[in-house]
Design a protein around this ligand. Structure first.
Ligand code: ATP
Ligand code: MG
Ligand code: MG
Length: 604
């Protein structure tokens, strides 16, 4: 394996491994310990990371960055990476999203099963523990029930220019707060009537420490816990606890959580320490050291792409695209259907490293990674996207009968594309006959300067077949070319001794009428016409490209028509195409999606 690129997260893990910070950890076996290991058993993982999506939508290319970073670091450092569904927000979460997320993490090539254990977790499995921890904070005088309206709370929180103002409920005793909190849990108060808040510092320069909300009342059915709860923990409260219970060593998140880090540490320290209450009871010790530490890296932004589940959901819900897996979507399901490979996405993620600032990556970088991958994998084939018939008028004369056909062969991969040490795949076979389909643009009755393809008097090779000499064309009443006419030159077939006996100025792609198969080809273009469709709060719907999909009927050679769903090809000169994983083959239909064009256009 090639050495992994250096980044600051790697350096932090290396430092911790050298210092032995997470060596010889043992499982606690506490009710909240979700690792399924018995108490006292040593932890075989040298580092524990997690990828914690909220199941409120499909994963997108930004998530792929986070997945590859976390799973990749775990692999490189002898650790494990947990897949954790951060499902603390019941209104927006659905089983469909849970299933789609699992499928896509696996599709990218990652596995949460390691050391004989599954490392798939649900935050909602910790609701009991989170509740217990909240009662501990209340008993310690570190949390209170606030009955202000949301507007009052917002106003009294203050802002960067001024400190906050204490809530009138801030001075309640632990006993009063405990009673109220239990009433909240027991459904005695309407949704939104009150929240549990941490009692930290209303004057803190970090707004996140001005008594953040920990629990809210919300009567909503949860996809995992059903109607058991009518109070749900806030993300900022739940997330550190999830990490700690799973004994995550390095909690890697995106930059916008930097200001949450002091609260993350505050909370975990409070839950881990043991203290004596005024009544003499010893409480605490809910978590074990070493506690997880949070580290932030910059989000990945891709030009011409939106990476926000909320906005992507809007595109789906309002019908701007044909679903989460529409090949124009930057979701992993969409990219897969578009023909992107896991290897290309992983390479993009690896190459872009991890930095401490948010970055914009040019879409062409992702496309480049894909071309590099497909160059050696995608078999070649000929397809005519804008067909016009070429009639070889002397065919019967040369070969004895107008219906005579002859087999031709071409390599599925050119020698230069066959990976070193591998044997080339079997050659493709197709027919040539008296009529073939060619691209309409490959004929000009009056050639522009430098034009080398078909025009009267010019010699051109039908790639893999014969050299032909153009003689003219027929047109309909509107002047549209209906047939291009040419003569086949005998004994010039590719791969025969006479192949080089006449020099053709150009070689063009074609498909015989005898064995060509009509195919629906979906020509996708970028979904947005602007490089930063939602920058600065812009209405991204205004930037939708009205021409992001054009459907045509093409003619493809037999090897392409025989494709398996999801099989990728290079249509010679046109670019990369994939047999649509849903529609190809249904009812015998041949359906291809354009993945991307070739780097340099062919035949200019
Ligand atoms: P969205 O805004 O699209 O909903 P999110 O961050 O709210 O994204 P989560 O489901 O919470 O979505 O994301 C899971 C993980 O993926 C988080 O750790 C998050 O930081 C990370 N992630 C999401 N988007 C990106 C991105 N563009 N670049 C890198 N990491 C990302
Ligand atoms: Mg999130
Ligand atoms: Mg979000």
């Amino acid at each position: 394996a090639k050495p992994a690129p250096a980044n600051f997260l790697r350096a932090i893990i290396e430092r911790d491994q050298q210092a032995g910070t997470y060596e010889q950890r043992r499982f606690a076996g506490s009710p909240g310990d979700a690792s399924h290991h018995a108490a006292g058993q040593p932890d075989p993982a040298r580092v524990r990371l997690r990828f914690p999506p909220e199941p409120n939508g499909y994963l997108h290319i930004g998530h792929a960055k986070s997945i590859c970073l976390n799973f990749g670091l775990a692999r490189d450092f002898g650790g494990v990476c947990h897949l954790r569904f951060d499902d603390t927000n019941p209104e927006k979460e659905e089983q469909e999203y849970v299933d789609a997320i699992e499928e896509m993490v696996q599709w990218l090539g990652w596995n949460w099963d390691a050391h004989g254990t599954s490392h798939k977790f649900y935050a909602s499995n910790y609701f009991d523990f989170m509740y217990q921890a909240a009662e501990l904070l209340i008993e310690r005088g570190l949390a209170y029930v606030d009955e202000q309206t949301p507007e009052q709370m917002r106003a009294s929180r203050g802002d960067f220019s001024k400190p906050g103002v204490d809530s009138p409920f801030r001075g309640r005793t632990p006993a009063e707060n405990l009673a109220r909190f239990r009433e909240m849990r027991d459904g005695q108060h309407p949704d939104g009537a009150m929240v549990l808040r941490a009692k930290i510092d209303m004057a803190s320069p970090n707004i996140n420490l001005r008594d953040p909300a920990l629990y809210r009342i919300r009567r909503a059915t949860h996809h995992n816990t059903g109607d058991k709860w009518c109070i749900y923990p806030m993300y900022t409260y739940a997330h550190p606890i999830e990490d700690a219970l799973e004994r995550i060593s390095h909690s890697i998140c995106t930059l916008e959580f930097e200001d949450q880090r002091p609260f993350y540490d505050w909370l975990l320290e409070r839950l881990a320490e043991t203290v004596t209450l005024p009544d003499g009871r010893q409480v605490g010790g809910l978590l074990q050291h070493p506690l997880p530490k949070q580290y932030e890296f910059g989000r990945l932004n891709l030009s011409y792409v939106i990476t926000s589940k909320r906005k992507l959901k809007q595109l789906v819900d309002e019908g701007h695209v044909q679903g989460w897996d529409d090949p124009r979507m930057p979701t992993l399901a969409g990219l897969r259907r578009r023909g992107y490979t896991p290897a290309a996405i992983r390479k993009m993620a690896d190459d872009s490293g991890a930095s401490k600032t948010n970055s914009w990556l040019d879409y062409s970088v992702l496309e480049g990674c894909l071309r590099d991958d497909l160059e050696h994998k995608a078999h070649r084939g000929m397809a005519v996207l804008d067909p016009v018939k070429l009639v070889l008028t002397n065919w019967a004369e040369v070969f004895g009968a107008p219906g005579y056909t002859e087999p031709c062969t071409q390599p599925a991969l050119p020698a230069s594309a066959v990976p070193e040490g591998q044997t080339p795949p079997p050659e493709r076979q197709f027919l040539i006959g008296n009529e073939v389909w060619i691209e309409r643009e490959d004929f000009e009755e009056t050639p522009p300067k430098g034009y080398k393809r078909l025009f009267p008097g010019n010699l051109v090779r039908l790639k893999g077949g014969y050299v032909v000499e153009c003689t003219g064309c027929t047109r309909d009443a509107n002047g549209q070319v209906t047939e291009v006419l040419a003569k086949v030159i005998p004994d010039t077939k590719s791969g025969t001794p006479g192949a080089d006996s006449v020099k053709a100025k150009a070689a063009i792609t074609w498909v015989a009428v005898a064995d060509g198969v009509p195919a629906e080809v979906r020509l996708y273009d970028r979904l947005f016409s602007e490089p930063q469709p939602d920058a600065g709060g812009k209405d991204f719907l205004q930037a939708l490209n009205p021409n992001s999909l054009k459907v045509i009927t093409a003619i493809v050679e037999p090897s392409l028509a025989a494709a398996q769903p999801d099989q990728k090809f290079q249509f010679e000169r046109h670019g990369y195409f994939v047999a649509d994983r849903k529609d190809h083959g249904v009812g015998g239909k041949v359906v291809f999606n354009r993945v991307t064009g070739l780097k340099d256009s062919w035949g200019k």
